[in-house]
Each structure stands twice: as structure tokens, then as C-alpha cells.
Design a protein around this ligand. Structure first.
Ligand code: 3MF
Ligand code: MG
Length: 346
């Protein structure tokens, strides 16, 4: 069995995870694939080989009918499913959203897909189903009634939550993944605050099943601070899942290797996760870049994992008492210097 990356003294579930889509063929909106597409199920052994303990997939990548085969392959490779997610962005039928679509028939299809995804999540043995807001949003003014769209989200999540609860009790939890834009100009559930507000509007009996899956790049695209986004989720008791990566400023979604662009902020993030005793799985959402060759497609997972392990160990060594002291002395700049010293090994 291949070597797996783990985090020293991590509370709860150890081992790292990544999405099968992370090992894609390298297409972008301006050009087709630069590598041959690897069949999705063949990517499972590759994830294991790259040191992952968990995989993640969408329903268009591992549809219900392929799930039993995925279970077998995963088992043979010592891999578990971290989360499964219905895609409301790939199929043209959802071009104007699933749950917030103005067309009631499409909303119904979205709900059916979501329920089927709950069943497949159970078959794959994952405890978490993620909803990313993909095409839930708008490009043109008044193309949707925003208040109705919000109510439709509440209604849709209530129904999916109810379905899961009746069938599986509290076995499956839902993590909503915010993103401010791309592919839509404006996306509903743009940030962690919006997601938490939506959860607060869900029926009381399903509300405990819903939490957040914050992604580093999505906060940074919005110009928001990811560490604070994580702290807010923790404070709400809603950090159900996590997608780590990096982002080079406010531009298109890059899904860069974790730890690459803002290591000091990532160090602070890990201090926060350690102090909160975060026990859920840590997953990457990183994209093998268009310019990497097929034989090196897993480089992004190794770079992300090593950066995470190095920063995690540096974070363990950060003296929490010193942080308290700098706070008490009102020396924020000196604290910044101390953290930089921790980062650079000084
Ligand atoms: C897009 C994403 C998505 C979600 C995925 C799981 C393709 O920016 O981050 O990845 O993570 O749909 O919900
Ligand atoms: Mg993501």
C-alpha cells in the first residue's frame, strides 16, 4: 500500500483528500484539453498513489450506477470517499441554476438529482454531501427575483434535508460551499455569511444537518479573509468540511497548490484549526494546471500536501502564549513579525 500523507497530532480524522476532478485534462474556457482525459475511476488509484487517503466526486463523474465499482476500487487502494456532490453546473439543463431556476420543472429535476446523490453518498460510504452553488445566481438584472430565489434555496435544502433525515437519520450531513462569482457574474450564497444566514432560515429539524464547506480561493476571489471565514464557521459550529487551495489575488478561480501564494495566512489558518481541534477531513480542491504534463499530473497534490505538512508543523510550534502577550501589549505588528519568524524558521 502506498505511503499516505498525515498531519502530526491532528485530532479526529487524519489523512488528506482531493477531488477526482483535480486530475483533469487541463482544459480552460479558451482552449480544449492539453492532456488525455483519464477515466474517472482510474483516477482513484492515482489519488492513493499520490498520498491521499480520501477522494471526492460529483454525480457526473461517478454516477449512481458506477458507485459499486468505485467502492471496490477505493477499497482495493485503501481509499475512502470524503464527500459526494450533485453537480448543478455541468448539464446544460442547469444553465440558469437548479434549485433557483425560474422553471419549476427544472427545480424538480434538481431536487430529484439531489435526492439520488444522497443515496449515492451513502453507497460510497461518505458522511458528507457538498452543495456548491455552481450556476445558482444571475448575470442579468431582474432575470430572477432574488427574494424568490432565496426562498427556493430554503425550500430545496429543506426538502433534501428531510429526505436524508427520514431515510438515513443523521448519517449524512450537508456542507454548502460558497463562491462569489464564476461561472455566474453574481452567485447566490456568495460567502460564508450568506450560507450561515441561509442555514438559519432552514426548518429546525433539518438545520443541524447543514454546515459549510469554505474554500480558500473562493474567499480570496471575493477579497475576503479566509481565516476569518473559518473562524466564523467554527464559532457557529458549522465547519463541516474544508477545501484548501491557493489563489493569486482577485481574478479567475485558479485552484493553485495549497500554501503557494499566502503562506503566512495559511500558517495562521492552521493555528486556528489546531486550536479549534478541527476533527473533520482536510481536503484539497486544487487543479492540475494546463501546463503540466500527464506524467506529472499529481505534482499539485504532492506540493499541496508537503506545504500543508510543513506549515502544520510550524503552526504546532507557534507559541500561543506569545500571541496572547502580543495581544495584551497591543503589538499587532510585532505579532506579525513573530509569525513571520515562525514561518521562516527564525
Ligand atoms: C468550484 C469548486 C467546485 C466544488 C465542487 C464540490 C469543481 O469552484 O470549488 O469544484 O468544490 O463542485 O462542491
Ligand atoms: Mg471547491
Amino acid at each position: 500500500m502506498s505511503q499516505r500523507y498525515t498531519l502530526k497530532n491532528k485530532v479526529g480524522i487524519n489523512g488528506l483528500g482531493a477531488g477526482v476532478w483535480n486530475l483533469g485534462p487541463g482544459g480552460d474556457p479558451f482552449g480544449g484539453p492539453t492532456r488525455e482525459a483519464i477515466p474517472v475511476l482510474d483516477r482513484l488509484p492515482m489519488l492513493a498513489e499520490a498520498g491521499m487517503s480520501f477522494y471526492e466526486a460529483h454525480d457526473h463523474e461517478i454516477p449512481a450506477e458506477d458507485a459499486p465499482r468505485a467502492v471496490k476500487i477505493a477499497k482495493a487502494n485503501g481509499l475512502k470517499c470524503a464527500m459526494y456532490t450533485p453537480s448543478f453546473f455541468a448539464d446544460p439543463i442547469f444553465k440558469d441554476g437548479g434549485m433557483t431556476n425560474n422553471d419549476a420543472a427544472i427545480r424538480k429535476t434538481a431536487l430529484e438529482n439531489a435526492k439520488r446523490a444522497v443515496d449515492t453518498t451513502v453507497v460510497l460510504g461518505a458522511k458528507t454531501m457538498v452543495f456548491w452553488n455552481g450556476r445558482e445566481g444571475f448575470d442579468f438584472m431582474l432575470a430572477k427575483n432574488g427574494r424568490d430565489a432565496f426562498k427556493r434555496l430554503v425550500e430545496g435544502f429543506n426538502k433534501v434535508g428531510q429526505y436524508a433525515k427520514e431515510k438515513y437519520g443523521s448519517k449524512i450531513r450537508f456542507a454548502l460551499e460558497p463562491k462569489p462569482n464564476e461561472p455566474r457574474a453574481n452567485m447566490y450564497l456568495a460567502n460564508v455569511g450568506e450560507v450561515l444566514y441561509l442555514i438559519s432560515r432552514l426548518d429546525e429539524n433539518v438545520q443541524p444537518l447543514f454546515g459549510v464547506n469554505p474554500e480558500t480561493a473562493h474567499s480570496r476571489i471575493a477579497g475576503l479573509d479566509y481565516v476569518w471565514d473559518i473562524e466564523l464557521c467554527l464559532e457557529a459550529g458549522k465547519l463541516f468540511h474544508i477545501h484548501l487551495n491557493a489563489q493569486d489575488g482577485q481574478r479567475y478561480d485558479q485552484d493553485l497548490p495549497f500554501g503557494y501564494t499566502e503562506p503566512l495566512k495559511d500558517l495562521a489558518l492552521l493555528v486556528v484549526l489546531q486550536d479549534a481541534k478541527y476533527k473533520e477531513i482536510i481536503c484539497f480542491d486544487v487543479k492540475a494546471p494546463r501546463t503540466d504534463e500527464q506524467k506529472n499530473i499529481a505534482d499539485i497534490l504532492h506540493v499541496s500536501s508537503k506545504n500543508l505538512i510543513w506549515l502544520w508543523e510550524r503552526a504546532l510550534a507557534v507559541d500561543r502564549k506569545k500571541i496572547e502577550q502580543f495581544r495584551a501589549e497591543k503589538r499587532a505588528t510585532a505579532l506579525a513579525g513573530y509569525l513571520a519568524g515562525c514561518l521562516y524558521g527564525k
